[in-house]
Design a protein around this ligand. Structure first.
Ligand code: CMP
Length: 410
């Protein structure tokens, strides 16, 4: 027998703060039963789709609760409100009992991810989202062909021709495919409809950005790389591991793939189509719980990256970028504690969207701090408390500058 569902009802009076941004250890989120709630962020980088005022049936606090991070927003009661409180522990039971609520949460998360992803690309890479245009498949193919990564190139040319058989680049695509065919071991060029467990050799594509997609994948073995081609460069979004789920966005909102997925090493995946997904939701609710947690972690990370774009001092951006990574990896900040990041200066500069020249200058400044150095392509810090202090200093400076600007405007 499943656990009894113990959801508690809580009341807040008008103007009460329900959650406060930055507060640690979020362990419950809320579904509004009655009344209105205002959601705000200390730094509002992009306007939220759907607005900031929530009403009955809406939910808030899910991202922080399900990703076990600090709250990313503040919620204040605009009227007297009655809320249903859901802890991380009873979310699983909630799904078992109330699939539609869980589906509503992941569908809205998927939309939010796509929206925030596009905003972040626009701000950091100064590029418009092109992932909805099938012509972008040709750019993806060209990028990999130039890098002599023929498996990925062949796959993307093939998909381009499938979507745009008479497109403006179709002759070039056919010619290039002829040339590289012998060197490519691209697999599953057309998604098989009867084979759900699939093995992908290292460096082959699972799908390319801009394709339509009707399946999500659960990784059973190996690592999967999620990346995007932006302004002719490959931007790494995530490296996923066994147990992770990806490809849910196109499945949930019927829009093109927001990024490409390829096998970082040989991997085995379980492909789940819409029909099987609906069945899984009712028979294996833990998949929804896992998906909610994954989406929450991704959204939490994107919010932090968006807040980073507001810092105008490049050195502040680098410190903040390091702080985000520490928090993402749940590293407890203790004075005198050392830490080796799993990336180097080049990656850090790219993560925070600085140009090479600007980034190199800021980095020179950063490593004047004796507690930070670059070693074997990795950033090493001998006292992580220093990163935290410096980040707070730069964030404070930014706030003062912002207030001064606002004062001038008035
Ligand atoms: P979909 O858009 O169907 O295809 C690409 C997938 O990559 C997407 O679903 C998500 O599963 C995943 N994805 C997209 N953006 C990110 C990101 N910023 N971090 C991690 N995974 C992502």
């Amino acid at each position: 027998m499943s656990n009894p569902l113990q959801l508690s009802m809580v009341n807040f009076i008008k103007d009460a703060y329900i959650i406060v941004e930055g507060r640690q250890k979020a362990n419950q989120f809320f579904i509004i039963r009655q009344g209105k709630v205002l959601i705000s962020k200390e730094v509002e980088v992009v306007a939220e789709e759907g607005g900031n005022i929530l009403g009955p049936g809406d939910f808030f606090g899910v991202v922080a609760t399900m990703s076990s991070h600090s709250h990313i927003e503040t919620a204040r009661a605009l009227t007297d409100v009655t809320l249903i409180s859901v802890t991380r522990e009873n979310y699983g039971t909630l799904i078992e009992r109330n699939g539609p609520v869980a589906m509503k949460i992941i569908e809205s998360f998927s939309r939010r991810m796509r929206y925030l992803d596009t905003a972040l690309t626009r701000i950091t890479q100064k590029a418009q989202g092109t992932d909805e245009d099938p012509n972008h498949l040709f750019e993806v193919a060209e990028y990999y062909a130039k890098q002599s990564q023929f498996n990925q190139a062949f796959y993307a040319y093939y998909q381009y021709l499938k979507f745009c058989p008479n497109g403006m680049h179709s002759d070039t695509a056919k010619m290039r495919m002829g040339k590289i065919k012998a060197y490519s071991k691209a697999v599953y060029l057309d998604e098989p409809t009867d084979q759900f467990t699939r093995t992908y050799p290292k460096d082959t594509m699972i799908f390319a950005e801009s394709m339509s997609g009707k399946e999500l994948y659960i990784i059973q073995k190996g690592q999967v790389k999620i990346s995007k081609i932006i302004n002719g460069n490959e931007v790494l979004l995530a490296l996923l591991k066994p147990g992770d789920i990806f490809g849910e966005m196109a499945l949930l909102d019927d829009r093109p793939r927001s990024a490409s997925a390829s096998a970082f090493e040989e991997c085995t995946l379980l492909a789940v189509n819409k029909e099987n997904f609906a069945r899984m939701v009712s028979t294996q609710p833990q998949i929804i719980s896992r998906l909610t947690t994954l989406l929450s972690e991704r959204i939490w990370f994107i919010y932090k990256q968006l807040a980073n774009t507001l810092l105008s001092d490049p050195v502040g951006k680098l410190y903040d970028g390091l702080s985000i990574q520490l928090e993402k990896n749940r590293i407890l900040i203790k004075a005198g504690e050392s830490y080796t990041f799993d990336f180097g200066p080049k990656e850090l500069i790219h993560m925070v969207g600085l140009s090479k020249a600007e980034g190199d200058r800021a980095l020179m400044e950063l490593i004047k701090n004796s507690k930070l150095k670059a070693m074997d392509g990795r950033i090493v810090c001998t006292d992580i408390d220093e990163i935290s202090k410096q980040t707070q200093y730069y964030r404070k400076l930014q706030k003062i500058a912002q207030r001064r600007n606002e004062g001038k405007k008035v």
